[in-house]
Design a protein around this ligand. Sequence first.
Ligand code: ZN
Length: 368
Amino acid sequence: MNNYFVILAAGKSKRFDKNIAKQFYNYKNKEIIDHSIDKSLNSKLFKKIIIVTNKLNHFKKKKYPNSIKIIKGGKERSDSSLIALKYLKKFKPKNVYIHDAARPNFSIKLLKNITKNLKNNKAVVPIVSSKDSIKYKIKNQIFNLNRDNSFLTQTPQAFRFKELYNLAINEKNKISDEATLFINRNYKIKFIPGENKNKKITYLNDIEKSKTYFGIGFDIHKLIKDKKLYLGGVKIPFHSGLKGHSDGDVILHAIIDAILGATRKKDIGTYFPNTKKFINIRSPKMLKPIIENIYKSNYSINNLDINLICEQPKVSKYRDKIINSISKLTTLNKSQINLKGKTVEKLGLIGKEKAIACEVIISITKYA
Ligand code: ZN
């Protein structure tokens, strides 16, 4: 794993109408640049992650792991890219990935696909087709570009370090991406499918065209002997478990319904009916496709608030474990999840430890 990830964040954001530099603007509950940092870290594909910026002060108060290095950038994007390559040379990297901080929405899956293709290629670049018709101008003449033969390049773009370094150091012109260097020399590039959601955020409008929704979820299951108890995906030692077609995890079921509510997608029974196919299904397996689906559609969860209603077990004893588990299943930060325990003064079925109920409220933002 001799891979290095470079995040270019030295842009002046001329088209971004705000006093704050674009890469530091809050987007989906964190700064735009932190999306790229977190994903490159979480992918575990890189020895070092290099952030190239002209706002070194901004990073002083941040706590990053040692594998992250912050260096000062240049005037243009291509200057910053070359500065990063020169900085990296002493580490003798095999591969280098160059990424624009203004693209926070790529997936770790894309990173892995790039890496796989880099084994047998010296340059791998993700592309998408253009939805707009493209024209170009030479002197005063306008030409049509055949849309079927044209495509748009995205980042991250990945290269054999040596090749890219030699091309970059000899380039005299401003370039807008590293693929340009390979194309100008007629060097082979492996193009792979990019991601439509991996758009470059250029205008403030791209971010502010967002809408926030709320969803509510409720669930209750009967407690029965000889079944394991699962709450929030955690196995809890207890005298009974929750009866149901699945493992009866009331917390995860209420979360699923809250998500479906906020995204206006009906209810849990629509996707997981009481059929043979789902008998004894574990609830994390039910939550996973629902979560993947909303992230794919550019929804972002702001926070989750959970009321677990039961006499026993005591929530305080398992709170951290359950929040940890939900954080893993949803990829939310623990600070976005709250879990409250609520007893019912020994009243009714729940009070007599014959059932456990849960209610959840969620806030979700849909980004353009
Ligand atoms: Zn249920």
